[in-house]
Design a protein around this ligand. Structure first.
Ligand code: TRP
Length: 329
């Protein structure tokens, strides 16, 4: 294999927020420079929770648009829809047969979802991490850009890979997670992870006015009660956002002046607003352009399917051989 491969999956589940962007998306974009990247819109994963089939097609297209607007280059990388390459689920079946149920029952996301939705604990929800493992190893990916919430899934993938290789012979490399430089941004509440369901997000397509409305009331260092109190940048989520969006001079300036009570939280937030908008506005412009050209986006997904399929078929050939079922394929 000439070039190391990267895979990551993207859930087609609505608007992206800056937490997604900083945690995983930026890496997905940056890795395109040195790796062969395959990015899958994981519609089968999205079906493990309640979903509306009438919205699926639109969600998939929106998702492709968002990622292309942010910088996924379909001429360089493969952008595809998971369900269009049936080898994903086929390989998941094979991996199912070597994955102990006990491994799946202790996955944190499964436990969370089971608690949130006790009347909808379906088999797909339990099996989610095995399908994810199949997504990754189908392309023999070695690097997986993800947010830190995905680390337990990656660990499980590695365990499944080790088990497959030792039972049947070496086919798959052990993939490694790659986290963003700022791995986690908290929500506007300054306590919880940024998350759509908690309504504490800045969205990638929020306007400057919306972003300012959100930032101006966002929680900062709770120990700094008055403008004249010296602040503690390391305890402030706005400062974390600075680290994700601002250049070094601004980060240093805000840290120094916050500690000295030289600037107030609003001053600091205004600098952040400028830096955030500078990065988001070009993305929003491209989003608007791509929304006008849906046919082109659809074509890219068809092309992505073809390129992904070629690799998938090759890997499955090796898998059948190792399992002793290749004779009649
Ligand atoms: N579980 C991932 C998420 O919710 C999505 C995903 C599916 C994925 N398959 C993957 C991520 C393979 C990385 C690699 O974000």
């Amino acid at each position: 294999m000439s070039q190391k491969r990267v895979f990551s999956g993207i859930q087609p589940s609505g608007r992206l927020h800056v937490g997604n962007y900083v945690g995983a998306m930026r890496n997905m974009i940056a890795l395109q420079k040195d790796y062969f990247c395959i990015y899958g819109i994981v519609d089968y994963h999205a079906m493990t929770v309640h979903f509306d089939p009438k919205e699926m097609e639109q969600s998939i297209l929106d998702c492709a648009i968002d990622y292309m607007a942010a910088g996924i280059d379909p001429d360089r990388s493969v952008l595809m829809v998971q369900s269009t390459v049936s080898e994903h689920t086929e390989l998941a079946w094979i991996l199912n047969t070597i994955t102990p149920i006990s491994w799946l029952l202790r996955v944190p996301t499964f436990k969370e979802k089971r608690e949130q939705n006790p009347d909808y604990v379906n088999m797909g929800l339990l099996d989610y991490p095995v399908l994810m493992a199949a997504d990754i190893v189908l392309y023999k990916a070695e690097v997986v850009p993800v947010g830190d919430d995905q680390l337990p899934h990656l660990e499980l993938t590695r365990e499944i890979v080790r088990r497959f290789n030792s039972l049947f012979g070496h086919v798959f490399p052990e993939p490694k997670a790659q986290l963003g430089e700022v791995a986690r941004i908290l929500g506007l509440d300054g306590v919880n992870k940024m998350s759509k369901s908690l309504d504490n997000c800045i969205y990638l397509d929020d306007s400057r006015e919306e972003i300012w409305k959100k930032l101006s009331t966002a929680v900062t260092d709770v120990r700094r009660k008055r403008r004249t109190d010296p602040g503690n940048p390391e305890e402030c989520n706005i400062f974390t956002m600075h680290k994700a969006f601002s250049k070094k001079e601004d980060i240093d300036y805000c840290a120094r002046e916050c500690r000295a009570a030289g600037i107030g939280c609003l001053d600091c937030k205004k600098i952040l607003l400028e830096n955030m908008c500078k990065e988001l506005e070009p993305i929003q412009k491209r989003q608007a352009q791509l929304r006008e050209d849906r046919d082109a986006v659809q074509e890219i997904l068809v092309r992505g399917r073809k390129r992904a399929k070629e690799i998938a078929v090759q890997t499955m050939g090796e898998v059948y051989t190792k399992l002793g079922i290749n004779a009649y394929h």
